[in-house]
Design a protein around this ligand. Structure first.
Ligand SMILES: Cc1ncc(COP(=O)(O)O)c(C=O)c1O
Length: 388
């Protein structure tokens, strides 16, 4: 059976092919350590798991979710309180918050809610590959803005050709950034608000790593900048701060017109999030800030292990301060793919080649810190043996 044309434009999802490669190597008896995928091994806080179980025991929670597509008002209200406490952002839970099954869903719904066929949507290179897929599935045309160390991995809007700008109706941004780890500044977000306002561009700031920052880096929401709500929405998620990737729980917040449009997409796509997951999400957002501190402690320790090993083998760099990834320059004379393949072949350590995130990812690999300490230490020992 022939699939739809729109799907043919979407490149295969990197991690699907990597998963197959890893499964085949493991079946062949190799002791693979996977540092490519960002999927925390730690579990959510115990109280959150208990709340899920307790709520699953209530018969009413097996019916269609309360408040259906928008998410429970109690969940949206807790999101608003969390944003107020953590980011100093004021949100009206009734009209400015939408519950999601993860921020990834929000990327897709943002495009369907805002973009007409043939509209240009701006995204960064390197960038999270799901943006391109969402843009293409929604009939939009992706235009990439390169981000490099020279510009602190922030796009330079002046470089966008006028002919592209005229057709641009949306923009994805993501700071702390996957894959580079770069963080934005308030000054940059202020520039985004002006640029988006002047050019009638709706902004989708994808912020699932907002809590994953190190070395005194400030947690930052796009919505904390004056005028941000006039031009866009921010996506966030419980996946990373509370180790809840598999639960599929997130939120979109911000511009009420965009939130209403995204709700309409969701209303016509699914019937909302399982109530017990929303109740457990409330528990996480309301009372588990200690879990976030613990998570930062764990990743901070692992970052140190990786950076020290890399320094000893001659890869010395000062990494940006966000996300649980390290964007690592490859040794001179090697390509991203070549270095990743050498690591795989010689050490059985899987990393993501930077080019999987765009052409400006050449020269880098991405290392994820979401494996247990002892496996990370083993991976680093193998790499050190291979390269010293
Ligand atoms: C930039 C970015 N956005 C969104 C997601 C998806 O997160 P969620 O689990 O909230 O859907 C990821 C996951 O890795 C990501 O890196």
């Amino acid at each position: 059976m022939e699939p739809a044309e729109r799907l043919k434009k979407i490149p295969p999802y990197l991690f699907m092919s990597l998963r197959k490669k890893i499964a085949a190597a493991r079946a062949g008896g190799m002791d693979i350590i996977d540092l490519a995928i960002g999927d925390p091994v730690e579990t959510p806080p115990q109280a959150v798991i208990e709340e899920l179980c307790r709520r699953a025991g209530e018969p009413a929670n097996h019916r269609y979710p309360l408040d259906e597509e928008k998410g429970m008002l109690a969940f949206r209200s807790e999101v608003a309180r969390w944003y107020g406490r953590r980011y100093g952002v004021s949100l009206d839970p009734a009209g400015e918050v939408l519950g999601l099954i993860g921020s990834k869903e929000g990327c897709h719904h943002f495009v369907l809610a805002r973009i007409n066929p043939g509209d240009v949507v701006l995204m960064t290179d390197p960038g999270y590959p799901a943006y391109r897929a969402s843009i293409l599935m929604g009939g939009g045309i992706p235009h990439t803005m390169s981000i490099t160390a020279a510009n602190d991995y922030l796009p330079v809007f002046e470089d966008i050709p006028a002919s592209i700008l005229k057709r641009a109706r949306g923009m994805f941004l993501n700071y702390p950034n996957n894959p580079t780890g770069a963080c934005a500044t308030t000054a940059f977000f202020e520039r985004v608000v002006v640029f988006a306002g002047q050019n009638d561009i709706a902004v989708c700031h994808d912020n699932p790593y907002s809590e994953v920052v190190f070395d005194g880096q400030r947690r930052l929401s796009f919505l904390s900048v004056p005028g941000a709500k006039d031009v866009g929405v921010e996506l966030n998620s419980l996946s990373k701060p509370y180790n809840m990737c598999g639960w599929r729980l997130g939120m979109a917040s911000g511009n009420p017109d965009l939130i209403a449009a995204m709700s309409k997409v969701k209303e016509n796509t699914d019937s909302g999030i399982f109530n017990p997951i929303q109740y457990a999400g409330i528990r996480a957002l309301a009372g588990e800030e200690a879990a976030i501190d613990q998570m930062i402690g764990i990743y901070g320790r692992r970052r140190k292990i990786v950076l020290e090993t890399l320094r000893r083998i001659g890869i010395d760099f000062s990494p940006p301060k966000g996300t649980f990834y390290l964007w690592v320059p490859v040794p001179k004379g090697m390509t991203s793919q070549g270095f990743a393949e050498r690591l795989f072949d010689k050490t059985s350590v899987v990393t993501a080649a930077g080019t999987a995130y765009g052409q400006y990812g050449e020269g880098f690999i991405r290392i994820s810190l979401t494996v247990p300490d002892e496996r990370l230490a083993e991976a680093m020992a193998r790499i050190e043996r291979e390269f010293s």
